[in-house]
Design a protein around this ligand. Structure first.
Ligand code: PHE
Length: 380
């Protein structure tokens, strides 16, 4: 079952009964933007965060008058974190709801499913946070506002060598996730090129719960650290089971680790682990601090994570392109998105390159005393 949430923010209007009747007959035209996200299921933390960020952006945009004399209407669909749902949802949003653009998805695998639909319909799609390079290679209408995994992998290799002083690393990859397979490869290549060694490679699949066999195989190889490119649910369980087996070495991952559940599930076992991500709410930049304050005010004191910030930036970059295009026609909005230059986002400066990606810095985060703590920013 697919649930649709409709969010339409119209300024309060004082009108007469006559005007109200007229409006009822001809509803105000809105700029319909479709969002597809994992609001429930295994990666609900991702979908919920990016949805909240997107919602905040739409609300702010509408308070400032929307665009082209119209308000934005966000139509959100839940893919329940399931494979095989996102293409159907993209079709529905485009043909039934007549959205003029798509925002989504967080996970690369689900962005890859929806991208061909957007491309064929000439409807621009902006992924907030899918980092696998293949996503934007799907076609000229597919964009993202985050860095890509060749960069993230390279920065992780640098981090492993310079900060962790790790020379011998064990790799534990989720073979059923395009994101994980890609990030493993993009870490391995530069890590080996700079003199590192991958002592063992082990595999798992999404939804696996028992990693003892892989960790037992890793233990006698005596690595300096374990790299787990994957999502938070499996990453947290891997850390727990590694500690249970007496593996006390550093474990680190990429942006897929970013969720409060990493700490909720992992507890003490994730203390001292590291991952790279897109932004830190601890940043002292006034724009970040305003975003964090606005987000907390809207969502019961919750601190926005990287997905929330990227969800916000994806909607803002799209709105900026619509304004510059001065139309909602797909090909023209596409061209305006492609021309995005030095857009000052919450997650950094966004310039869309020839491959429709954004080159940005990454942030390293650690877990300390049950909290996420900023470690360093690594420039591209
Ligand atoms: N980058 C991940 C992917 O492409 C998704 C993700 C983004 C996870 C940001 C956490 C934070 O699949």
């Amino acid at each position: 079952m697919i649930k649709a949430l409709r969010t339409l923010w119209l300024p309060a209007l004082a009108f007469t009964a006559f005007a109200a009747a007229a409006i009822a007959q001809t509803p105000a035209a809105t700029i319909k933007v479709g969002e597809f996200a994992s609001l429930t299921g295994k990666e609900a933390a991702f979908g919920q965060s990016s949805h909240k960020g997107t919602l905040l952006a739409i609300e702010e945009l509408n308070a400032r008058g929307g665009a082209l004399g119209q308000q934005f209407e966000l139509i959100t669909e839940d893919n329940q974190s399931k494979q095989g749902e996102s293409a159907t949802i993209a079709k529905k949003l485009i043909s039934r709801d007549k959205v003029i653009a798509l925002l989504g998805e967080v996970a690369s695998g689900r962005s890859l499913e929806a991208a061909p639909i957007a491309q064929n319909a000439k409807i621009p799609m902006v992924s907030p946070s899918s980092t696998n390079p293949k996503v934007t290679e799907m076609g000229s209408y597919i964009f993202r506002v985050c860095f890509i995994d060749p960069l993230q992998g390279r920065l992780l290799a640098k981090f492993a060598q310079n900060t962790l002083k790790a020379k011998r690393v064990a790799l534990l990859t989720s073979v059923s996730s395009p994101y994980s397979v890609g990030l493993a490869k993009f870490f391995k290549e530069p890590f080996i090129a700079q003199g590192g060694e991958i002592v063992i490679e082990q595999r798992f699949s999404e939804n696996d719960k028992d990693f003892k066999a892989q960790l037992t195989a890793i233990k006698p190889t005596k690595p300096d650290a374990i790299f787990v490119p994957g999502y938070y649910t499996e990453a947290a369980l891997i850390c727990k089971q590694a500690r249970d087996l007496g593996l006390e070495i550093p474990i680190f991952g990429g942006d897929g680790w970013e969720a409060p559940q990493l700490i909720e599930i992992g507890g003490k076992a994730v203390e001292g682990t590291y991952y790279t991500t897109h932004y830190s709410p601890e940043s002292t930049s006034p724009a970040v601090q305003k975003f964090v304050a606005d987000f907390r005010a809207k969502f019961a004191g919750e601190t926005p994570d990287a997905m929330a910030a990227l969800g916000y930036d994806s909607a803002m970059v799209l709105a900026d392109a619509i304004k510059r295009a001065n139309t909602t026609e797909g090909p023209k909005v596409r061209d305006a998105l492609a021309a995005t230059k030095n857009y000052s986002g919450i997650t950094g400066m966004i310039t869309i390159d020839a491959k429709r990606n954004a080159t940005k810095s990454a942030v390293v985060v650690t877990v300390k005393d049950g909290q996420f703590k900023f470690v360093e920013t690594i420039a591209p």
